[in-house]
Design a protein around this ligand. Structure first.
Ligand code: 13P
Ligand code: SF4
Length: 354
């Protein structure tokens, strides 16, 4: 739907008043009405890297979800304040691994006598606490655009990986990209005693996958892929690696949101694409590339927005920008110093990956 012209004008005026004091970051899943005000757009890796690109900006307004704003706070200077326009914009996947659960898991690995061989690799989609746990135990953060390199690095440090919290990204990277077998992977269920695994199963595994997932990407099924191939002969299926393994195995291309955009930019006129990721992004790309004769459809028949990404709407952005322009710091995301130090270690290991 087109943005309310009054709100657009107010956002523009507040941003102009703030000038260089504000830097607005926007994840690709944000609504069109919000993304038009982003100084930088990107996938979660690019946004983490670029968060520190404007050290002179006093305020970093993060149009995305909570874990992204936390990461921006960790990676920017102490005098820079990160603002999330709606504090309820979380990520259900990140919530699937709490600090207590992960500490308990580490005890289970210790009991099984394998903790010393295990290197934690945590997906960016996790709380600052989980990132700190990862840094403390010699591990790294990864995103969907560098998961392969993060795992290669981790297997140089140890024999096994504990992958948190997205089982699908972990499994897809290990099996599709690195040639491991499904049997090399076990799933640790934090709601069961000992993760639902025996000590022998843990000892035999190479990849210990946390039982987390993204409910948005979980909606795509093998049926969606088979269906679209039937409906649109010659279609290329391009999906995000948070999709289930059978979906990724049946797809033609797999990658992060930034990869999805680059792939479509490079696609020839007349090509057809079915995209398995969040709907705001797919609609934006379908509109953008229609004039170049590229046909882009959503992979599933039902709609599939990320409800928490969608919480950041134009009214919330206007409220945040106008508050800052009036000198009121609202909705600050601030990670405590001790957590920050260890989480930063893990994030910097990611940024240093080859
Ligand atoms: P990207 O890093 O690919 O943008 O993914 C972030 C995310 O939350 C996907 O659900
Ligand atoms: Fe989290 Fe999934 Fe939304 Fe990404 S799309 S922010 S993983 S709930």
């Amino acid at each position: 739907s087109p943005s309310d012209p009054d709100l657009v004008e107010r956002a523009r005026a507040a941003k102009e008043k703030l000038g260089d004091k504000v830097f607005v970051l926007g994840h690709h899943y944000q609504r069109d009405e919000v993304i038009q005000f982003a100084d930088v757009t990107g996938d979660s890796f690019k946004l983490a890297r670029d968060a520190a690109a404007r050290p002179q900006a006093e305020y970093i307004v993060f149009c995305g979800v909570h874990f992204m704003a936390e990461s921006a706070d960790i990676l920017t200077g102490d005098d820079q304040k990160v603002v999330l326009p709606d504090l309820a914009a979380g990520c259900s996947m990140a919530d699937m691994a709490t600090a207590e659960q992960v500490a308990e898991c580490w005890d289970v690995l210790t009991e099984a006598g394998i903790a010393e061989q295990v290197v934690p690799v945590s997906y960016m989609n996790s709380s600052a606490d989980i990132k700190a746990f990862t840094g403390k135990h010699g591990g790294t953060i990864c995103t969907s655009s560098n998961a392969r390199r993060a795992l290669d690095w981790a297997f140089e440090q140890g024999e096994k990986v504990l992958f948190l919290p997205d089982q699908h990204l972990g499994r897809n990277t290990a099996v599709r990209d690195m040639g491991m077998s499904l049997e090399d992977c076990v799933v640790y269920n934090p709601h069961k005693p000992n993760g639902g695994l025996t000590a022998d199963e843990l000892r035999a595994a190479k990849m210990i996958l946390w039982r987390g997932h993204c409910s948005v990407h979980g909606r795509f099924s093998l049926d969606s892929v088979e269906d679209v191939r039937e409906r649109i002969p010659g279609v290329n299926v391009l999906v995000h690696p948070e999709c289930r393994h059978e979906v990724v195995a049946a797809a033609d291309y797999v990658g992060s949101t930034e990869y999805i955009i680059k792939t479509l930019e490079a696609a020839p006129a007349g090509s057809k694409w079915a995209i398995g990721t969040e709907l705001n992004l797919v609609r934006r790309l379908a509109n953008r590339f229609a004039s170049e004769g590229k046909e882009i459809v959503f992979l599933d028949k039902t709609v599939c927005f990320c409800s928490t990404m969608n919480r950041i709407d134009l009214p919330h952005l206007v409220w945040a920008l106008e508050s800052l322009a009036e000198g009121n710091l609202v909705n600050r995301i601030e990670v405590d110093k001790e957590t920050e130090a260890f989480a930063k270690l893990a994030l910097e290991r990611m940024l240093a990956l080859p």
